[in-house]
Design a binder for this molecule. Structure first.
Ligand code: KG4
Ligand code: ZN
Length: 335
């Protein structure tokens, strides 16, 4: 039987990535992280596009080489269609379109948030449908009911900032470089999560809000620094542990509520913030208490990567969901 070989490209934000999948099995996953943004304290869209332009050819070559695949063997090319930064998406989309046209093979457009969720299907164990997924990244915070590989519904999301943004912006206030989420996680592991308490903002139903809590962190640190100039340096571990504990508490409250409301016991987490050690632990512990089957992706597949685009493309290929060559990316793409 002829093999199905798909090359997938991810370029929605600050990671240029390419992956090859053969008959549903990932054969390579190359990720080039753009260091250029670190000194600006956040992703600079124009610089991201330029770095994608520079990285995309070597990253794709490396992905094909590791998978031992020739371009002429490809069955389809997949790319991230959205959501993301328009200029960044355009680099991946244009590259994929050109390659699909040159090789005369189908083109597959993938939703980045759907792909974060389908990262659960790269390795075993895989969740049974339906399952509830808490998708937490730098741009999104969503509770998603996943009915099949390609049938998903957002049942709750943030009204303002994403939780990853709350991690990164709080880290910036503390003088930590971008992206601050992993650094908060690192310091938090040595700190006391109950050292400082912050006022929580309640939100309706399954909606989240993170802009209020971010402001309350800011006012709290400002006041403390006025009292003691060295407050942050002297307490960085306890501060990070308390900030992380507060953000996880907000996520867990809504996850618990959604699971009870929709009577689901298959629970997953996905997206960059699902790499957070505190969140991984909290979901596992809650799962043990509530009898949930908990699914947590490998670290490699939590933050942005093209393997998740490739696995989504695999299911879209099987369903015959292809794009025309005049497709354009959609920075605000929904499911
Ligand atoms: O999914 P992702 O790589 O990119 C987007 O689609 O946005 O998520 C990036 C986000 C950033 O906000 C980053 O700080 C956060 O994930 N992140 C973490 C950790 N690792 C990545 N946040 C907390 N703890 C971590 N260990
Ligand atoms: Zn992402």
């Amino acid at each position: 039987m002829k093999k199905t070989i798909i090359l997938a490209i991810e370029s929605s934000c600050d990671e240029t990535s390419a992956s090859v999948i053969i008959n549903g099995k990932i054969k390579s996953n190359i990720v080039a992280t753009q260091e250029v943004h670190h000194k600006y304290g956040g992703v600079v869209p124009e610089l991201a596009s330029r770095a994608h332009q520079k990285n995309i050819v070597p990253v794709v070559d490396q992905a094909l080489k590791e998978a031992e695949v020739q371009k002429s063997e490809l069955s389809a090319i997949a790319f991230t269609k959205g959501p993301g930064l328009l200029g960044a998406l355009l680099v991946g989309a244009s590259f994929a379109k050109s390659m699909a046209a040159a090789l005369n093979i189908p083109l597959i457009g993938v939703n980045h948030m759907q792909a974060h969720i389908l990262a659960h299907f790269i390795d075993e164990p895989q969740p049974q449908f339906p399952f509830l997924c808490l998708t937490v990244s730098g741009g999104h915070t969503q509770l998603v009911m996943v009915r099949s590989h390609l049938d998903m519904e957002v049942i709750g999301e943030t009204q303002d900032d994403a939780v990853g943004e709350a991690f990164d912006k709080t880290a910036k206030i503390l003088g930590l470089p971008y992206p601050g989420g992993p650094l908060i996680d690192k310091y938090a592991q040595k700190g006391n999560p109950l050292a400082f308490e912050f006022p929580m903002v309640s939100t309706e139903g399954l909606s989240f809000s993170f802009s209020g809590i971010k402001t309350s962190f800011l006012y709290f640190f400002r006041k403390k620094v006025q009292e003691n100039q060295n407050f942050v340096d002297e307490n960085i571990e306890d501060i990070c542990a308390s900030v992380q504990h507060t953000l996880i508490k907000i996520l867990m409250n809504k996850l618990r509520k959604a699971a009870a409301k929709h009577k689901v016991k298959n629970i997953g987490i996905a997206g960059g913030v699902s790499a957070n050690s505190g969140l991984r632990k909290a979901v596992k512990e809650e799962g043990e208490k509530k009898g949930w089957d908990v699914f947590i992706p490998e670290f490699e597949y939590c933050t942005d990567n093209a393997a998740m685009i490739a696995i989504t493309a695999h299911y879209k290929y099987l369903a015959g969901e292809f794009e025309s060559l005049n497709v354009s990316p959609n920075p605000r793409m929904k499911f």
